[in-house]
Write a protein that binds this ligand. Sequence first.
Ligand SMILES: [Zn+2]
Length: 235
Amino acid sequence: MTPPDQSLDLLVIATHPDDAELSVGGTIVKSVREGLKVGVLDLTDGEPTPHGSPEIRARETAAATAALGIGWRGNLGLPNRRVIDDLEARRSLAGAIRLIRPQIILAPYWDDAHPDHVAASRLADAARFWAKLSRTDLPGEPFHPPRIDYYWSIHLRIHPKPSYVVDISDAIEQKLDAVRCYESQVVTGRSQDFPTLIDDVRDRARYWGWTIHRAYGEPFACREEVGVESVRSIL
Ligand SMILES: [Zn+2]
């Protein structure tokens, strides 16, 4: 993994390429527009899947990265379908965090149907802690990302209560454009009169937008409290 040229404001840790786009694509787009330095670290290549290959997935990921407008994306090279929070994976991700030095980490929500996502959530927590350790042989300098928040995974068919919802009303189309780049994953074999995967993503974003009186939204959970500058921030 080649680290970014400068520290990031926002780092999305994604288990598989397309998870970032599906779950936080709108938040990424808005953050880039606001001038934040945003990057995505995929933990695996996401393959095998029924219609993909490592080469196809890499091409699709490059296209989606361009659609999001982010300046940096890396891949940690962990084995797809076999992600576990073991010491070697923790060491690898902690080293990456020390080199990337993000102010906020967005990680998969801790409860999910996909075992890789559950493991990735635990791994992100553990690596965030390890990243601050001194007197280790990890690369870079000790660093503790001030925040880690969790995004909703596509595989979780329940609605946990979020801690906050980001308004992505003016970023929904760019988010969907990024998701469409994963042609091999958008193919689901559904009948023509059934809503598509893109419909699913848009409708869920619409639901979360409805909860905050906006058009579209993306939900996040956090274990640590969210501070605001003033009441104006939540108007
Ligand atoms: Zn995934």
